[in-house]
Design a protein around this ligand. Structure first.
Ligand code: MTE
Length: 332
């Protein structure tokens, strides 16, 4: 993976006091309105949002996202500012620079959107996003995201457990893995048109079926209380908080159940550097750098904000059992 130097976050980008007070007022008003309607709100995400939320998706999706319920996941964690979450991205379909996706992803058409389901499952076919989200309650979960490049963020996602979607497709007993594929559309994705790209498009990722069914694995359609911005993988992306960020594949158009382990994009490019599992592990270094510490964004030249990396990114209680008896040095 290409490593870029740190982007400094000037203090001017940190929420001003007046913006904070305005936001509190907005939150109190919207909180009162929602309480009057008997609804709960994804208030914790709005708390750190700068200015008015832009609207990215169709109205029906914005409304569904706005109605997400709060959960205890990540409560009390300091959120990475919205600005960093949406301007410091990895989405190679739109370029390799951290600011390329925010600049270039506007050309991505996310509505209408459909997902093809195939392989070892009873229910197969093409499903549009509206069908997928129909009767799927959305929730807000605050998760840590640890990139293999050793930076990290804390993001309030809006989504639903992947397990709830998988059950609908009725996987067969032969379905041992689930593979996900990102849209391939060079006309919309400048990075896919690049002659210098090392990636054999489309971007592919996969999980073992028990990893996919783990309650922590989230299919996200929003963040910070609003529809996913395109640079973050609109309209549908995975979030697997105990694995390095490259497993959290964006803009998914295909789900395939398989009997044998699929080869993931980064694994195909550099198998000695990126494995199938990619569990966050401070004890197993990447061949070119240590994974013991991470740079928690926002970070700058004079305040690197380096913290210790936690095993399974701190989610060991929920997921360590999945890897019992496995040598995690070999299965990196
Ligand atoms: N998905 C696709 N399709 N293409 C990508 O380049 N990059 C991955 C992952 N999903 C990537 C992708 C990497 S390396 C990381 S760290 C996360 O997305 C970053 O997610 P974010 O930009 O929302 O923080």
């Amino acid at each position: 993976m290409i490593i870029k130097t740190a982007v400094d976050i000037p203090s001017s980008e940190i929420t001003s006091h007046s913006a904070y007070l305005n936001r509190r007022k907005f939150m109190q008003q919207s909180g009162l309105a929602l309480a009057a309607m008997g609804l709960s709100s994804a208030a914790s995400s709005l708390e750190s949002h700068e200015g008015q939320p832009p609207r990215f998706g169709p109205d029906w999706l914005s409304q569904q996202v706005a109605g997400a319920t709060e959960t205890p996941f990540g409560k009390g964690e300091k959120l990475t500012p919205y600005r960093d979450v949406t301007s410091y991205n990895n989405f190679y379909e739109f370029g390799t620079g951290k600011d390329d996706p925010a600049r270039n992803a506007g050309s991505l058409i996310t509505d209408p959107w459909s997902v093809t389901v195939e392989g070892e499952c009873e229910t197969q076919g093409s499903f549009n996003l509206e069908d997928i989200l129909k009767s799927m309650p959305l929730e807000e979960r605050i998760y840590r995201l640890r990139c293999v490049e050793a930076w990290s963020m804390v993001i309030p996602w809006i989504g639903f457990p992947l397990a709830d979607l998988i059950k609908r497709f009725k996987p067969l007993s032969s379905a041992k893995y689930v593979e996900f594929t990102t849209l391939e559309a060079p006309k919309q994705m400048i990075g896919q048109r690049s002659r210098f790209s090392t990636i054999d498009w489309p971007y592919v990722e996969a999980l073992r079926i028990d990893e996919a069914m783990n309650p922590l694995t989230l299919m996200a359609v929003g963040l910070y209380g609003e529809v996913l911005p395109k640079q973050n993988g609109a309209p549908l992306r995975l979030v697997i908080p105990w694995k390095y960020g490259f497993k959290s594949i964006k803009s998914i158009v295909k789900i395939r159940f398989t009997e044998t382990p699929p080869i993931n994009t980064w694994q195909a490019i550099a198998p000695r550097e990126y494995g199938f599992y990619a569990n966050v592990n401070p004890e197993v270094s990447h061949p070119r750098w240590s994974q013991a510490k991470e740079r928690r964004l926002p970070s700058g030249l004079f305040s690197a904000n380096r913290i210790e990396t936690q095993m399974f990114n701190g989610y060991g209680e929920q997921v360590a059992h999945l890897y019992k008896g496995m040598d995690l040095r070999k299965n990196y």
